[in-house]
Design a binder for this molecule. Sequence first.
Ligand SMILES: Nc1nc2c(ncn2[C@@H]2O[C@H](COP(=O)(O)OP(=O)(O)O)[C@@H](O)[C@H]2O)c(=O)[nH]1
Ligand SMILES: [Mg+2]
Length: 424
Amino acid sequence: MEYFIEQAANYTECLNKIRLKYGDRVTILNQRSIRMGGFLGLFAKDGVEIAGFTQNSYAKDVRIASTSVSPQGIPHTLEPKRNVDFEAEKKKLVEMGTAGKKENSTWLKAMADMADDVKLIKEKLDKNGAAVERDEHPSLVRLQETMELNDFSSSFTQNIIERCKKEISFEGLNDYDVVQDKALEWIGESIGLYKEEKFYKRPRIMVLVGPTGVGKTTTIAKLAAIFKIGSGNASPISFCMITIDAYRIGAKAQMEVYGNIMQVPVSYVEDYNDLKRVIAQYSSDVDMILVDTIGKSPRKSVELGEMKQLLDACGPSAEVHLALAATTKCSDIKEILRQFEPFNYRSVIITKLDETIRMGNVISALAEKGKLVSYITDGQKVPGDIQKASVVRFLINLEGFNVKRSKIEEQFPIDESEQVQWRK
Ligand SMILES: Nc1nc2c(ncn2[C@@H]2O[C@H](COP(=O)(O)OP(=O)(O)O)[C@@H](O)[C@H]2O)c(=O)[nH]1
Ligand SMILES: [Mg+2]
């Protein structure tokens, strides 16, 4: 048995080198990405280092890596065999050496020493969990790190990594560009876009709910601007804004400013009957009614319950959408999505995209909870700073990915054809 460490530019090359030197009966202990060559760290190149030992009939049980080399090349993952009793193995080998012929004895002792070395290496690997993880292909390690940088949840990231292992060939894994493009495609596919209905009964009632300060009132005003001016092929419509945020200091003033900018009527309501009356009053005059709500903390479910009852005044055809800030932690997003579930919200509007460069949290949470996204807002400007959600808009912002815009635009074309029609 011979212990070896070999380096080469990539896996296949390194493996071929090992095969050429030591034959096919080798056991891989560890593999890692390294920087090779260069001078004082300059001009160094990426490479791969594989450590292992040559196998023979005695060495079989001492293996700590369960994977031997496959005919195609390097194994995907190297699961350490955890239950090796090294002391027992060593004793067995020494006993075999003393019991056997004299010429075998020195050789077997050397092998027992080697078992010590292997034990040391295993301890090092076990101590450093990351080192075990590094047994992943370097492209997958890099992908995982890039996804973590973007705040994707660990379960979402693991799903993508597992898919890479299943669906990308060994050659593909060696080319990070291939891995990255596939990952982007799968991330893109996980983003569900909300499609507006083709027909709306007048008046279309759109309600915005969500936690305090996420930008509901601002978004209502931005939406008003979109509908007033007309977006895509949709023609401009008449509408009004209603707010039940009448108590908060400054809330009325905020709404009034927006009402003035948009030149639309604003109404304030306090309870169920109020809301029902105002809706009835506007119903015959406007195409659309936008309802702004109070952003109670999602923890206070009783208050949310009261608001739910109040909003029942909008009738069964009213559509509720949930506003959510992009700056929210993934676990908090999931909690908010759950807390607002009783409102039967049709889509999520992601606000404050301009305040973060990380969107993995939003993408992971929405995908894992199966929610659709309708609009995104990215600034305080009213009117403006709002657009229909698109996969491209999410992907283009991802950190550390080399996003090829034309490619993703082709994969995820923006649907410009949406045309809303109004029924009397
Ligand atoms: N940076 C940024 N700020 C926003 C955005 N939308 C709203 N805001 C700001 O967030 C704060 C709270 O907004 P508001 O509409 O009152 O939130 P509400 O409590 O949910 O109604 C205000 O200062 C808004 O200007 C956005 O897309 N980006
Ligand atoms: Mg508000």
